[in-house]
Design a protein around this ligand. Structure first.
Ligand code: COS
Length: 385
């Protein structure tokens, strides 16, 4: 699946224009409102951004992973909260249905996800199940032709906006093979939302707990209709998500370098622009070289992702996606730190974006698998027989 080259370059140009003309000027409003203005969300729907990764037959734009990474790189040039509004529809919320869902489930959900009429969230994490995702405690018990679900999901991105969740719950014994993925409409009786999480950064993104008390969901809502394979679905979704996050990290690294270069040109000390000093130049050069390395990894890994059988696991590609996620998210942390340093005292002041983005990028090393989880995945694959 890929969009033809000409349509893709038109799409990309219009996304880039949208970022420059609409999103960047709204960065401060976003910060003040702690939300994405409704007119911007309406424009995103109009542009088809909610459905970039969904095939055309289900109402989306049908980008390949390589193409998606280029668009997400562009979106990384502005506050992450803009992308987050449609991020779960493009990635972790929808992809389980696309990869493993039945045709009926795809027809029922993907067109509404692609148009943005339905926001879908990914509900895996729990108070006691984070890095150890296979220890999910939320339980789904079969009663006739329904499952009754009880449990709590934590830090669920877009839960306050969601019309549905792809939600992992235990239908069987302990361990990964006892987990199933469900499509759970958000208005099902028994679902309540916790209060919005207050976070270090990324204002305008929405996360909260999702509490399920005797939530009755038709057995037909198990993704693919098969219980016990939900953990694998979740892992495949995360492999893909990790590449998406890597491209986002690179986009933000580019923004931070651009802002740091502009500041280094304009700020004068000792009678000349600070960019004339080699110690400042070294920080810029290190950042640029690391960005180049990261984006090269993203492009290579995305190409391999596109070359494998669609929706099927490939341990080598999973391992490379973890390498890419680990490198790119750590890289943007270093780049943000240098951007603050180049700005000097101004780098600690909220008026300058370096301070805000420094806090925003911190999340990338935590969600969709911490750096330490990526290390485990990489080492496990290397040491495999
Ligand atoms: N694709 C498909 N299947 C996968 C897979 C992948 N990427 N990774 C693992 N699996 C399969 C395994 O092949 C195994 O299947 P079999 O039992 O049939 O062999 C099963 O899933 C269990 O795998 P494994 O034994 O490796 O699971 P572990 O419990 O050891 O944990 C880690 C694996 C730690 C890698 C996993 O729990 C993880 O990714 N944790 C981080 C979770 C995360 O990213 N959370 C963020 C929440 S979303 S923002």
């Amino acid at each position: 699946m890929a969009l033809d080259a000409e349509s893709f370059s038109l799409l990309r140009a219009s996304v880039q224009r949208f970022i420059e003309e609409r999103l960047k000027p709204a960065e401060d409003t976003l910060e003040e409102l702690d939300d994405v203005p409704a007119d911007i969300v309406a424009d995103m729907k109009e542009m088809g951004l909610f459905g970039i990764s969904i095939p055309e037959e289900y109402g989306g734009i049908g980008l390949s992973m390589s193409q998606e990474c280029e668009v997400v790189y562009d979106l990384g040039h502005t506050a992450f909260a803009f992308r987050s509004v449609f991020g779960t529809n493009v990635g972790i919320g929808s992809q389980g249905i696309l990869m493993d869902g039945t045709e009926e489930q795809k027809q029922a959900y993907l067109p509404r996800i692609a148009s943005g009429d339905l926001i879908i969230s990914f509900a895996l994490t729990e108070p006691e199940a984070g890095s150890d995702a296979a220890s999910v405690q939320t339980r789904a018990v079969l009663e006739g032709d329904h499952y009754v679900i009880n449990g709590t999901k934590r830090f669920i991105t877009n839960a306050p906006r969601a019309g549905a969740f792809t939600l992992m719950a235990r239908t069987g014994d302990a361990g990964a093979s006892g987990i199933s993925s469900f499509i759970v409409p958000a208005d099902t009786p028994g679902i309540t939302l916790g209060k919005p999480d207050r976070k270090m950064g990324q204002r305008g993104t929405k996360t909260c707990d999702v509490v399920l008390e005797n939530v009755r969901v038709p057995a037909a809502n198990i993704i693919g209709g098969v219980p016990g394979v939900g953990f694998k679905t979740a892992m495949k979704v995360l492999d893909r998500g990790r590449l998406h996050i890597s491209a986002l990290a690179c986009g933000m690294a580019h923004r931070l370098i651009t802002d740091a270069v502009a500041y280094a040109r304009e700020r004068k000390q000792f009678g000349k622009p600070i960019g004339d000093f080699q110690l400042i130049q070294a920080m810029l050069a290190d950042s640029q070289a690391e960005l180049y390395a990261g984006m090269s990894m993203v492009r290579d890994c995305a190409q391999r992702y596109d070359a494998k059988a669609p929706g099927k696991a490939d341990p080598e590609v999973s391992m490379l996606a973890s390498c890419t996620k680990m490198f790119c998210t750590e890289m943007v942390g270093r780049v943000a730190d240098r951007a603050v340093q180049i700005h000097g005292g101004a780098g600690y002041i909220a008026e300058y974006k370096a301070e805000r983005f420094y806090r925003d990028v911190r999340l990338l090393r935590l969600y969709e698998g911490t750096t330490q989880i990526q290390q485990l995945i990489i080492a496990k694959q290397l040491l495999r027989d």
